[in-house]
Design a protein around this ligand. Structure first.
Ligand code: EPU
Length: 295
């Protein structure tokens, strides 16, 4: 533990990533670090840089597949409550949220405070930081629509802010290159809490009825190709229920891979390759993964 010896309260070695991913898969991270605050995060970044240690940023592990071999670097997780603060400005209808907060917590706050704009994000189990970085969303909108300002730290420890107009929010991507989202200001609109709660419930039910919400998965595996649905293509290729080892194409929604007992990350990767190959053969469409893969 030499490099982080004096940070023993927040840094451990050889932490299995299976404990931190929704797939419950993934080998050990050489270092697993949960900084207590921003000052400590900056110190961790400095040491990683000085010692040539690759940094991986972990949100809530809900859109992530980690190889069985693990990662030879430092997985940095902004899970401390200092990275999950939530500050509301009622007059402006803005909310400043730490990157480590869960979207679910933010949505609960929105209902309580009567603030509308994020309902489309219900059912996404991610952290605010991870969701902003990939512009998480779905059929009803995405998180970029309500972002006003983002505070960032890059891999050299440089801290800076970006306004909405400086950021490009695309389909499940942004042009944010900085490694760490620290906090985000959302611009919302006052609305009736009952109406917000109703909308959340409607969208949640649509997802619950069409997605395997109570399984070990990482959300949609592939991006939708332009004007097409990855789920529909995989379904039409007859792959629903197809398994490799302990990884199966969900019978509920074909763009989800579900891990069962005994599954390995390799099984999931092989199944991803197999699906891509079959969809390419059948429809001449190259599917691009949406899930983040650390290997
Ligand atoms: N479909 C099938 N078979 C399937 C799955 C879907 O035929 O097995 C058809 C559906 O009937 C529908 C179409 O494909 O006509 C689209 O399906 P769906 O409405 O479920 O939406 P999606 O495009 O597959 C997107 C997001 C989801 C998000 C939902 C709802 C992507 C890749 N996926 O799914 O996001 O939850 O809309 O808003 O953009 C994620 O990002 O991880 C994710 C799950």
């Amino acid at each position: 533990m030499s490099i982080f010896a004096d940070l023993a309260d927040c840094a451990i070695e050889n932490e299995p990533m299976s404990r931190h991913t929704w797939f419950k898969l993934g080998g050990p991270a050489r270092y697993f670090i949960r900084p207590r605050d921003e000052a400590q995060l900056l110190e961790v970044i400095k040491r990683c840089r000085e010692n040539d240690i690759e940094m991986y940023v972990l949100g809530r592990g809900s859109n992530l597949l980690v190889a069985d071999e693990g990662v030879d670097g430092a997985v940095i997780h902004l899970g401390d409550r200092n990275f999950g603060a939530l500050d509301i400005d009622e007059k402006e209808a803005t909310v400043n949220v730490g990157a480590g907060a869960s979207l679910n917590r933010v949505l609960q706050m929105c209902v309580r405070q009567g603030l509308s704009g994020m309902e489309c994000l219900v059912g996404i189990p991610g952290s605010v930081g991870g969701s902003v970085k990939i512009n998480a969303g779905g059929r009803f909108g995405d998180i970029g629509n309500v972002c006003r300002k983002i505070r960032l730290i890059d891999s050299s420890g440089y801290q800076f802010e970006r306004e909405r107009d400086d950021i490009y929010f695309g389909y499940r991507m942004t042009n944010i290159m900085a490694r760490f989202v620290v906090d985000v200001e959302f611009q919302l609109a006052p609305d009736d809490p009952n109406r917000i709660a109703r909308l959340l419930k409607e969208i949640w039910l649509l997802k619950k009825n069409s997605q395997p919400t109570d399984t070990r998965n990482a959300g949609c595996i592939f991006k939708n190709p332009r004007a097409l649905s990855a789920g529909a293509l995989i379904d039409k290729a007859g792959l629903k229920g197809f398994s490799i080892g302990g990884a199966s194409v969900s019978t509920r929604h074909a763009n989800f891979i579900v891990a069962t007992d005994g599954a390995t990350a390799r099984d999931v990767m092989n199944l991803i390759d197999y699906i891509r190959q079959k969809v390419s053969e059948r429809f001449e469409v190259d599917l691009e993964t949406e899930v983040e893969i650390w290997k």
